[in-house]
Design a protein around this ligand. Structure first.
Ligand code: AP5
Ligand code: MG
Length: 216
C-alpha cells in the first residue's frame, strides 16, 4: 500500500527542515511545491515565471497551476511506493483534488506542525538556504560554520525573496485564512496528528517519526 504523508503547518514551521529527514526515514521522496516553483523559476520556465509574482507577494499560486505541476510530479515512478508532501495541499480545493486522485490503496497520514506566529517571524527572519543543494540553515539556530557557506555542500547561502517582514506577515495571513481550515478538514476524517513544532529540530523529528511509524 502506498504511503502518502502530508506535512502541514504555517510558513517557517520547519516543514522543509523536517521533510528531508522524514523522507529518508520513510524511504519516500520529498515533494515540496515551493521548491518545485523555485526550481522552475531558476530555470526560467513559463511555470516558474507564472508563479513568481504570487510567491513574491506572499499569495498562493492559483490551484490549477499547482495541481498540474504536483500531479505531474507524483505521477512519476519514484512516487509509486508513496511520497511526502511539503507545502501541499494549502487550500480545501487542493485537498479535495488530492482525495480524488488518491486510490483506495493509499495509507494517508497528515502530520501538523504547530508553531506560534511569533516563533515563525523569528525563524523566517534568520533563515538561510543553499543555492546549490537547498539545505536550510538559520543565522542563530543553525549557524553556518563558515559565513555564507552551506554546511552540507559548500554552496552559497542566500535569503529567499519572500522572507522579508512584510511578505512574511502576508504569508501568515494567507495561511490562517486558506490553509489552517485543512486541520478541520483532515480532523473530520480522523487522519491528522499534531506535533509540537516549537521544540528543538531533533525533538520535533522524534515526534514526527513516532507518528509516521515508518521504522515499524
Ligand atoms: P513554501 O516554499 O512551501 O513556503 P512556506 O510554506 O511559506 O514554508 P517555508 O518554506 O517558508 O517554511 P518551512 O515550514 O519549510 O520551514 P523551514 O524548514 O525552512 O512556499 C512558498 C510560496 O510558494 C508560497 O507562499 C506560495 O506562493 C507558493 N506555493 C507553494 N506551495 C503552494 C501551494 N500548494 N498552493 C499555492 N501556492 C503555493 O524552517 C524555517 C527556518 O526555521 C529555517 O531557518 C530553519 O533552520 C529554522 N528551524 C526549523 N525548525 C526549527 C526548530 N525546531 N527550531 C529552531 N529553528 C528551526
Ligand atoms: Mg519550506
Amino acid at each position: 500500500m502506498a504511503k502518502v504523508i502530508i506535512l502541514l503547518g504555517p510558513p517557517g514551521a520547519g516543514k522543509g527542515t523536517q521533510a528531508v529527514r522524514l523522507s529518508a526515514e520513510c524511504s519516500i521522496p520529498h515533494i515540496s511545491t515551493g521548491d518545485l516553483f523555485r526550481e522552475n523559476l531558476k530555470k526560467g520556465t513559463a511555470l516558474g515565471l507564472q508563479a513568481q509574482e504570487y510567491m513574491e507577494a506572499g499569495k498562493l499560486v492559483p490551484d490549477e497551476i499547482v495541481l498540474d505541476m504536483l500531479f505531474d510530479r507524483v505521477g512519476r515512478k519514484d512516487c509509486r511506493p508513496g511520497y511526502l508532501l511539503d507545502g501541499f495541499p494549502r487550500t480545501v480545493p487542493q485537498a479535495e483534488a488530492l482525495d480524488r486522485r488518491l486510490g483506495a490503496d493509499t495509507d494517508l497520514l497528515v502530520l501538523n506542525l504547530e508553531v506560534a506566529d511569533e516563533t515563525i517571524v523569528e525563524r523566517i527572519g534568520g533563515r538561510l538556504q543553499c543555492k546549490a543543494c537547498g539545505n536550510i540553515q538559520h543565522r542563530e539556530f543553525d549557524p553556518p560554520r563558515k559565513q555564507g557557506i552551506c554546511d552540507a555542500c559548500g554552496g552559497e547561502l542566500y535569503t529567499r525573496k519572500d522572507d522579508t517582514a512584510a511578505v512574511v506577515r502576508e504569508r501568515l495571513r494567507v495561511y490562517h485564512e486558506q490553509t489552517e481550515p485543512l486541520t478541520a478538514y483532515y480532523g473530520a476524517k480522523g487522519l491528522i496528528e499534531t506535533v509540537d513544532g516549537e521544540l528543538s529540530p531533533d525533538a520535533v523529528f522524534r515526534g514526527l517519526a513516532a507518528r509516521a511509524g515508518c521504522g515499524d
